[in-house]
Design a protein around this ligand. Structure first.
Ligand SMILES: CC/C=C\C/C=C\C/C=C\C=C\CC(=O)SCCNC(=O)CCNC(=O)[C@H](O)C(C)(C)COP(=O)(O)OP(=O)(O)OC[C@H]1O[C@@H](n2cnc3c(N)ncnc32)[C@H](O)[C@@H]1OP(=O)(O)O
Length: 263
């Protein structure tokens, strides 16, 4: 792992971006058009991420659209981090809702094909991109809400855990969890820490050691998600919740985040 991380340090995000040429406004799938309302300011889309920014509320919706299962490939992670960085730099943006354009899937986690038969250099670059995604999301100074409209195993669960609040569709077929143990791998320590910070020590121990995938109701009971709502209400509820959080006086909901504030 140390070798992988050392390798990865050689690769800057900006370099990957330049190679990818992200933010083509016309990229993406035809069925995934921006859902702009008249008062909204802008939508930008790269091939795997759609960002819709509502200038009147300061809320952005970041929609993952990487079929078939929103796996976290290097290209996807690069586009994701760039999109988040742009929002972070936009002083008008105060909150980000993370959701999926795909039916039944939030994210399947790390793209398995990125870890199979690849060079150490590629693995290093990939692993750095995974860490960068987590750092950007977990350390964001914006309010972040995961609108989980499908299953979300492993790295997909990590993404949701890195947000401030999680709203999941109450569909009993959907599952979420850090199930790495069941896949024959040990979850990295920062996956573990993120889970412990959310559900507490004992629940995290059981969850990680057994590699549990929770149904939506069990995820709520464990504290892995904060709220279950009908599937067609996930995004609207996320929007309402965001509005409530952003109304906390003095932006204290942002300033009180222990992850980004030392005071
Ligand atoms: C280089 C790294 C260096 C160091 C690493 C060190 C440590 C890492 C340690 C742990 C990190 C782990 C984090 C992870 O996230 S690992 C990935 C774990 N994810 C999974 O195992 C998800 C597996 N997928 C599923 O459970 C299901 O596919 C589903 C529930 C998401 C969706 O089920 P469906 O029935 O709707 O769809 P499927 O028919 O199963 O799949 C459709 C299609 O998608 C492909 N696919 C699914 N998951 C992945 C994936 N994670 N990566 C790439 N591709 C995926 C699947 O193969 C199908 O493809 P085909 O249609 O057959 O082509």
């Amino acid at each position: 792992m140390a070798t992988l991380l050392k390798h990865s340090a050689k690769y800057a995000l900006s370099g990957r971006l330049a190679r990818l040429g992200v933010h083509s406004r016309h990229g993406g799938l035809q069925c995934l058009q921006p859902r702009l309302l008249p008062h909204q300011r802008s939508a930008s889309t790269s091939s795997k991420i759609l960002v819709e920014m509502d200038d009147s509320t300061g809320i952005a919706v970041l929609t993952m659209k990487n079929p078939p299962v929103n796996s976290l490939s290097l290209d996807f992670l690069t586009e994701f981090s760039i999109s988040l960085e742009k929002l972070e730099l936009d002083r008008g943006c105060r909150g980000v809702i993370l959701t999926s354009a795909l039916p039944k899937i939030f994210s399947a986690g790390l793209d398995i094909m990125e870890m199979y038969g690849k060079s150490p250099e590629h693995c290093g670059e990939f692993w750095k991109a995974v860490q960068e995604m987590w750092l950007r999301l977990y350390g964001s100074s914006m309010i972040t809400i995961a609108a989980i409209n499908g299953s979300s195993p492993a790295g997909g669960c990590l993404m949701a855990l890195a947000c401030d609040y999680r709203i999941m569709a109450e569909n009993p077929k959907y599952s979420i969890g850090l199930n790495e143990t069941q896949l024959g791998i040990v979850a990295p320590f920062w996956f573990k820490d993120t889970l412990v910070n959310t559900v507490g020590n004992r629940a995290a121990e059981l969850s990680l050691q057994l590699g549990l995938l929770y149904s939506a109701p069990d995820a709520l009971r464990t504290g892995l998600v904060d709220l279950l709502v009908p599937e067609d209400k996930v995004l609207s509820t996320a929007s309402q919740t965001m509005t409530q959080w952003l109304a906390i006086p003095g932006e204290n909901a942002i300033g009180s985040n222990p992850r980004v504030s030392s005071s």
